[in-house]
Design a protein around this ligand. Structure first.
Ligand SMILES: C[S@@+](CC[C@H](N)C(=O)[O-])C[C@H]1O[C@@H](n2cnc3c(N)ncnc32)[C@H](O)[C@@H]1O
Length: 522
């Protein structure tokens, strides 16, 4: 389900004039009818769920529940910039836990009821919340190709069960609050998709039947707008556009039959999003709980040259093994993505803390409990950084963009030092640390470029002995140009661009006062 996967065909349903079945009295009547029908449908669903739960008893194992992180401390952090030294909020955990939800979830009290007897009306909402509390969902989190293992490690560290890395994403299980927490805390996932149905698909009508069989009314209805996306790997289907239409028709048919009205299609800012994924013989339908992609943290408005996506930048930090207490330099910082992500990691700012999510617009969203979850997350943000974060760029506009982005990320001016300069003149701000960077790269290396890399390499060897240098590039010959041996080369996609993250260890004293080694090509 990766948005970056070049092999994957993805299709978005274009807006089409939708003719909702007319109800006498116009929109208001339609809404009223919809609401009444919705109430009945919800009640029916809640009843079914409850009787299933009562029958199932203790079916869910304790491991399946273990990812539930209940709010430990509910306290509103003062409004302040992150990194503001004047802000000294109490913290529920230590530096070691920065950025993570509680690893040890608060156990559910032994006396908590599994299900309550349901009365019509007043208790419907309560019952619905209870179902969300006890039901376990299969979740798929897509991510940039190359970050799968790092995402699996992140999800495991967040306490999720049955985490399994697969192509361009990870599977795991979670209850509904766990789904919300994944949206709030995952730095590497692109979306959090909840699997609602799966069936063999041999022809387009199988998709219609699959879509009709899923209880969409639990999540959205005619009062919502909808977008459906279809992606496929090795699917024999002739037209993904037609598959997408069948999926949309199935959803809308079901809702119209149950509630008398159907959602309208909105491809730009839909309330609800559904993804259909087709493999060679199977269709899987997911409810997208994220809304906009998770790499959109909410702070980026200013883009420099070829900015990295935020979750890829966080992935580079994870793959490089950066210690958030050590110095970090990005000598080609552009709009500051790597450093702003690093600052949020080091301060424990959850990546989703300032943005809205798709699940907030779905039916029966428990806004109070969601606010509690965010308050708990805010209470764990650290007041200041342990080590310097420094960005250099030769372009003054890039430096301005980086500063504005950092400000929008609620970082104080002194959290990241952005400097106008040349990477070849950089000086080490500490005896050891990490360089993690995304230098400019093009299709072809001319004479000037060869000289440029030699000069940067000379600077690294002279100034940064004792540092770890990690460079993402599509230029697979970069180690040769730098005349450095790569200790690690991790394949990773930057959008559709096949890249490597090269890891070099500049051993202290090994380069000082020595003539440069001969070019292996010479
Ligand atoms: C691929 S962009 C980096 C994008 C950045 N990672 C981001 O997310 O915005 C490369 C950057 O290198 C900068 N650059 C080019 N030559 C440079 C040099 N000699 N020294 C420092 N920066 C340089 C460019 O201005 C550009 O902003």
């Amino acid at each position: 389900m990766s948005e970056q996967d070049p092999e994957r065909k993805t299709l978005t349903l274009k807006t089409r004039a939708v003719k909702p079945r007319p109800a006498a009295g116009g929109d208001q009547t339609r809404a009223r009818i919809g609401a009444r029908a919705r109430q009945v449908a919800q009640l029916k669903i809640a009843k079914e769920k409850l009787s299933r739960l009562q029958a199932a008893g203790s079916e869910h194992s304790s491991t399946e529940r273990s990812e539930e992180g209940k709010p430990l401390i509910v306290r509103k952090a003062p409004e302040a910039s992150y990194g503001d030294k004047s802000y000294r909020g109490e913290r529920a955990d230590s530096r070691a836990n920065r950025g993570s939800a509680p690893r040890e979830p608060t156990p559910r009290p032994a006396s908590a009821p599994k299900a309550l007897p349901l009365r019509e009306g007043a208790q419907t909402e309560r019952a619905s919340a209870l179902v969300l509390d006890t039901e376990i969902f299969h979740v798929f989190a897509p991510c940039p190709t190359g970050l799968e293992e790092a995402l699996a490690a992140e999800l495991s560290a967040l306490g999720y069960a049955h985490v399994q890395a697969t192509r361009a994403g990870c599977h795991f299980v979670a209850d509904w609050w766990g789904v919300q927490r994944a949206n709030l805390y995952s730095r590497l996932a692109t979306r959090i998709l909840v699997r609602l149905g799966q069936a063999p698909v041999q022809r387009e009508d199988d998709i219609l039947e699959l879509a009709q069989s899923i209880g969409w009314e639990r999540w959205f209805g005619a009062e919502h707008t909808l977008r459906v996306d279809t992606s496929a790997v090795k699917s024999p289907m002739q037209s993904l556009q037609y598959c997408n239409l069948r999926a949309k028709d199935g959803i809308c048919d079901r809702l119209r039959d149950l509630e008398g009205a159907r959602p309208s299609i909105d491809t730009v800012r839909p309330d609800a999003r559904v993804h259909l994924f087709l493999s060679h013989d199977t269709g899987t339908m997911y409810l997208d709980t994220s809304g906009e992609s998770l790499f959109k943290r909410g702070w980026r408005l200013d883009k420099g040259d070829a900015p990295l996506r935020e979750n890829l930048a966080a992935g580079l930090l994870a793959l490089s093994g950066w210690d958030p207490e050590a110095a970090l330099l990005d000598p080609f910082c552009g709009s500051g993505t790597i450093l702003i992500e690093a600052a949020w990691i080091a301060l424990g700012v959850p990546p989703g803390i300032t943005r809205p999510f798709g699940f907030e617009r779905l039916r029966d969203h428990d806004a109070r409990r969601w606010e509690d979850l965010k308050d708990e997350a805010r209470s764990r943000i650290l007041p200041e950084l342990a080590s310097p974060l420094i960005g250099i760029d030769a372009n003054p506009e890039a430096i301005e963009a980086a500063r504005r982005n950092a400000e929008r990320a609620y970082l104080t001016e002194d959290t990241i030092q952005f400097e106008l300069g040349d990477a070849r003149d950089a000086v080490a701000p500490a005896p050891s640390g990490w360089i993690i960077t995304n230098p400019p790269y093009g299709e072809r290396l001319d004479e000037e470029d060869v000289e440029f890399w030699r000069e940067w390499s000379a600077c690294l060897k002279k100034e940064f002995a004792g540092w770890q240098v990690n460079v993402i590039t599509s230029d697979l010959d970069l180690p040769k140009h730098l005349r450095l041996k790569a200790e690690r080369r991790t394949p990773i996609f930057n959008g559709a661009l096949d890249c490597r993250l090269f890891g070099f260890e500049l051993v202290a004293n090994s380069y000082r006062d020595k003539p440069p080694p001969a070019d292996p090509q010479d």
